[in-house]
Design a protein around this ligand. Structure first.
Ligand code: ASP
Length: 304
């Protein structure tokens, strides 16, 4: 449990695919504003599950990341979306994989969690479920999807990944995590990465909430988020627990980034890619926004 009942904390990511030399001013500004809104919600006693759902929904809708509106087509020319969400206290979880043409994959994942006995729906079954429950369908994919800022169709295959995610601790001690992606550029039709997998991509329990980003094939084989949670539960310090998983990803030839928040309000956001778009905030501290090593603290944005 958190040390006092007014503690809260959160972290957001916009993917570990940041490339040195590119300009991330717009995404940092967006993360900044979104972090200020998450901060207000948690301060007003919003539930962690609602905050991570809200944050990832906003990240999906922005078109600034490789998730939701910013997703790019797979090798067959279709956008296929993966998302997952998990509530730490109840261990309730929901996910969708290879979902085509719905605006809010993380919302559909939450629907799977709340309205079915299942954890994951994929492909046409996920789409049928989303349609039946009235989730917004994309009727004109050609005009709906954007490319991430600064990325053109000519160079998109050089940029590996740009998933979004959120983790939060609320004032009741509840933890939650959510992750959403369009996947890796140029992925094969039907390919599913770590993001919709409860365990590798997203995890929340009573102690910790985690969202991963990076090359899913490596994250899955390194154990991903749940392997960090189990290390942390066994007494390993948060940063060491995260770093061991990232080292394993590196050993397997990939790169990745992680955001994690613990029941004590400790936040960690390391990566072993070139950069990771990220933001965090906690009670008693300023909002922090960064893409590369240099983080900016922004107390000014805290004012409602
Ligand atoms: N992990 C995601 C995937 O492999 C990509 C990313 O994090 O950007 O689908």
């Amino acid at each position: 449990m958190p040390k006092d009942n007014s503690s809260w904390a959160f972290a957001l990511h916009g993917g570990a695919g940041a490339v040195a030399g590119r300009d991330y001013t717009e995404t940092e500004k967006h993360l900044h504003e979104l972090a200020a809104r998450c901060r207000r919600k948690l301060r007003d006693n919003a539930a962690a599950l609602d905050v991570v759902d809200y944050a990832v929904t906003e990240l999906e809708a922005s078109g600034l990341y490789v998730a939701g509106r910013g997703s790019a087509p797979n090798s067959a020319g279709h956008v296929e979306l993966d998302a997952s969400i998990m509530d730490g206290r109840s261990r309730a979880a929901g996910a969708v994989a290879a979902l085509q043409d719905f605006a809010n994959p993380v919302g559909v994942a939450r629907g799977v969690m709340e309205k079915t006995p299942h954890v994951m729906l994929a492909g046409n079954g996920a789409a049928e479920f989303a349609r039946r429950h009235g989730f917004e369908e994309i009727t004109d994919p050609a005009t709906y999807y954007t490319l991430p800022v600064g990325v053109t169709r000519a160079d998109m295959f050089d940029i590996a990944h740009g998933t979004v995610g959120a983790v939060a601790l609320d004032t009741t001690g509840g933890l939650a995590a959510a992750t959403s992606t369009g996947g890796t550029f140029g992925k094969l039709h039907g390919r599913i990465g770590d993001t919709p997998l409860i365990g590798p991509g997203t995890w929340a329990d009573d102690n910790i909430a985690i969202s991963c980003t990076g090359i899913g094939e490596h994250i899955i084989r390194a154990g991903g988020a749940a392997s960090i949670a189990f290390r942390y539960r066994s007494g390993i310090a948060l940063h060491d627990a995260v770093q061991e998983m990232l080292d394993e990803v590196r050993r397997l030839g990939g790169d990745a980034g992680v955001i994690a928040v613990t029941c004590d309000g400790e936040i960690d956001m390391p990566y072993n890619s070139e950069g990771m778009k990220r933001a965090s905030g906690k009670s008693g501290s300023d909002i922090v926004v960064a893409t590369f090593a240099q983080a900016r603290s922004t107390p000014g944005l805290d004012t409602p």
